[in-house]
Design a protein around this ligand. Structure first.
Ligand code: HEM
Length: 412
């Protein structure tokens, strides 16, 4: 589980099916549930009975009372404050800045150069979220932040299986390298909070005066981390898939050329790029950055016929649901047309952003950003994966390419 959680989940599901009960220590059980109706019950209809699972504990030690890891009244207060900034009407206002940042970023790519697409996209998405939400330029921080995040991801997975790790200090002591990583992230947050022009969300969080310094730190760090790694991973997987499926890529280039006619994308264009969006959606089906969503049951429950005793942990992995053959014919195949036109499948057969009240607050932002970044890249460049290179994934908090993704940039 520690070394290869996704491989272990996959092997369990292959061997035992889409509802698996794994005995887990004294009287407790761990359930691996990979059908849409399971997701519907745990995340939506029965959500009052569930809290974030013990597997979030190490992350909570680092992100504290930010939206991703808080519960109850604290979570509600944070969500109420943050959510309006992510309304569809509102995020459209971020578009000019998103596009300008992306245009400037990709323009630095010399024709013919080989670069690490995953690293480049992390840099770009960190810069976009930093500017849009907090008015900070973070491109220069990306390299060290990337390394800090690697340590954080590994540390939190290891930390999950160390008993008693609920305090930050304990986690640092037990996971070498993590203290330095978090010190860097805290430094970055401090620069964001104290720095320059503020940015809308930061101003809002400060002005309301509802958050003390620590809560502000937790929320800024949460949004910086949750708001860039995931989007970067989905874009990296998308570019890898497009490089492997030339017909899908040609159709995307045609769409982008037709709709944009050589100019920069605007907010209205997102709705006129259905194939671009379908490509992203299909990439997130095959490689959902949030590959598992986990909860602990407060009371006994019945999840679509599976009896869940109080105190059990339930994993609802989008990765497995998205590949469940009952809902996705040819599950391993890359077929963006699945997301075009009428879609005959249960609502929670596809849940890259989760569901229920803890659904990703940045889902609209992420889709808009990813669509516009992909259009910006594709109108100017074609990226080819270096020949013979495999791109293994690594599943920790997010599922992302395990190492650098060498791609050659060709100007179109
Ligand atoms: C492709 C990109 C993204 C994916 C796949 C993704 C996925 C998810 C998922 C599955 C959850 C729910 C986790 C759970 O229920 O345990 C979540 C929560 C969250 N996401 Fe995202 N996310 C993405 C982008 C973003 C962006 C751009 C932001 C912010 C700028 C963001 C901020 C958050 C926050 C704050 C939460 C916690 C929400 C809450 O519990 O109230 N995410 N995300």
């Amino acid at each position: 589980m520690v070394r290869d959680p996704l491989g272990t989940y996959g092997a369990l599901a292959r061997r035992y099916g889409d509802a698996v009960r794994v005995p887990f220590g004294a009287g407790r059980a761990f359930f691996l549930l990979s059908r849409p109706e399971h997701a519907e019950r745990v995340l939506v209809a029965g959500q009052d009975n569930y809290v974030k699972a013990f597997t979030y504990r190490p992350l909570r030690a680092v992100l504290g009372d930010g939206l991703l890891t808080s519960e109850g009244e604290t979570w509600r207060r944070h969500r109420r404050l943050v959510q309006p900034v992510f309304s569809q009407r509102h995020i459209v206002g971020f578009v000019p800045q998103m596009v300008e940042t992306a245009e400037r970023f990709v323009r630095r790519w010399p024709d013919g150069v080989m670069l690490d697409a995953a690293g480049e996209l992390r840099k770009l998405t960190l810069d976009i979220v930093g500017r849009a939400l907090f008015g900070s330029e973070l491109a220069g921080e990306a390299q060290r932040t990337g390394r800090a995040l690697e340590a954080l991801q590994r540390g939190t997975v290891i930390g999950t299986f160390l008993p008693g790790v609920t305090a930050k200090r304990e986690l640092y002591r037990r996971v070498p390298g993590l203290g330095g990583a978090i010190a860097h992230l805290d430094g970055m947050v401090q620069r964001v909070v104290q720095g320059g022009s503020g940015g809308e969300l930061l101003n809002l969080l400060k002005e309301r005066g509802e958050f003390d310094a620590e809560e502000l730190r937790d929320e800024v760090l949460t949004l910086l981390l949750a708001g860039h790694e995931t989007t970067a991973a989905s874009l990296a997987w998308t570019l890898v898939l497009l490089s492997r499926y030339p017909a899908a890529r040609e159709r995307l280039e045609e769409e982008v050329d037709d709709v944009l006619g050589g100019r920069e994308p605007k907010a209205e264009d997102a709705d006129r790029l259905p194939w671009t969006k379908a490509v992203l959606s299909e990439a997130m089906r095959l490689y959902p950055p949030a590959w598992t969503i986990e909860r602990d049951a407060v009371n006994d429950d019945d999840v679509a016929g599976v009896r869940i005793p109080a105190g059990s942990t339930v994993a609802i992995p989008p990765y497995l649901i998205h590949r469940n053959e009952d809902f996705w014919p040819n599950p391993e195949g890359f077929q963006p047309e699945r997301f075009i036109g009428d879609q005959q499948r249960p609502r929670y057969a596809y849940l890259p952003f989760g569901g229920g009240r803890r659904i990703c607050v940045g889902a609209g932002f992420a889709m808009l950003e990813a669509t516009l970044v992909l259009a910006t890249i594709s109108r100017a460049y074609r990226l080819d994966l270096a020949p013979g290179v495999a791109v293994p994934g690594r599943a920790e908090i997010t599922y992302r390419p395990a190492g650098p993704v060498p791609m050659r940039v060709i100007r179109r």
